[in-house]
Design a protein around this ligand. Sequence first.
Ligand code: ZN
Ligand code: ZN
Length: 149
Amino acid sequence: MGIRNCERCGRVFTGVDVVCPACATREEEEFERVRAYLADHPAAMVAEVSLQTQVEVREIYRWVRSGRLRMTLEQLEGALRCERCGAPIDTGRFCAKCLSEIRQSLRQAVQKEPEPRAPVEPRAPRPAEPKSRRPPKVHTADDVRRRFT
Ligand SMILES: [Zn+2]
Ligand SMILES: [Zn+2]
């Protein structure tokens, strides 16, 4: 549980979801429409899905990012990009290549200080447990921060 901003309406609420209870009900209806449309039209482009279901594309993107909805790179038309290198992605915030590099870097920094970002996206990828510990001199916390900006 925590205090967070609703990703849809921006209202502050307490809970474990990314949207407030009022939006959650509406979102479920919208998600069901999108899911059903994609079941009938598995190759539909995201713009078509949005038009036919009357659901905003940014909502669809959010479900795709969180992994709730699966769409291909072609369907998404490259709308979702890796936040680090800009490569097209079909889930999450980073491409697979950056994800492994980020995890590598965080592994070095996590012992020194917590992630500077507040956990507004609870489904965002988290670094895996360290398999092996390397000397921290390879990547400093500043180095990691620079890589993110
Ligand atoms: Zn809301
Ligand atoms: Zn990337």
